[in-house]
Each structure stands twice: as C-alpha cells, then as structure tokens.
Write a protein that binds this ligand. Structure first.
Ligand SMILES: [Zn+2]
Length: 82
C-alpha cells in the first residue's frame, strides 16, 4: 500500500483512503476542487482579459498558477485511483 501526502495537512495517508485520517479532509473532493478551480480561473482570465485590461505578467502568472493547480489535482487523483 503506497503512502501519499495529504494536500491539506501534508501528513502521509494510504492512497486508497478517500478521507484524510489526520485532518478529515475529503481527498478526492479536494483534488477535484483543484481541477475545477484551475479551469474556472483560466476561463475567467481568458474571457475577461480584454475587458479588464489585465497586465500581461499578472495574466500569465495567473494562468500558470491555475495550470499547476489542475496538474496537481490530476496527478493526485491518478495516484489515488492507481
Ligand atoms: Zn490531512
């Protein structure tokens, strides 16, 4: 049984567990929230970029951050299902 780190409290938890035994966080839900959150942020930046006249550096940094959140969520889900 592989051990993974809880994204919330960073303690090790078995990869088959859906709820962290240390802090009670729903791990599957948490990783899905990373993905949904990242998708929403990317969509928001792309849609409102023109209207809000966002600074390019801020927009790119936000997109990179959102992409990392999505990847983190996907990797977490894949590890947990594997
Ligand atoms: Zn935890």
């Amino acid at each position: 049984m592989a051990l993974l780190k809880c994204y919330n409290c960073h303690q090790e938890v078995p990869n088959k567990v859906k709820v962290c035994p240390h802090c009670g966080t729903s791990l599957v839900k948490g990783y899905k929230n990373f993905i949904y959150g990242g998708v929403i942020v990317i969509a928001f930046v792309l849609i409102f970029w023109k209207y809000l006249d966002l600074d390019l550096g801020i927009a790119v940094a936000t997109l990179i951050g959102a992409t990392i959140a999505i990847i983190r969520g996907l990797v977490g889900l894949l590890k947990r299902n594997g």
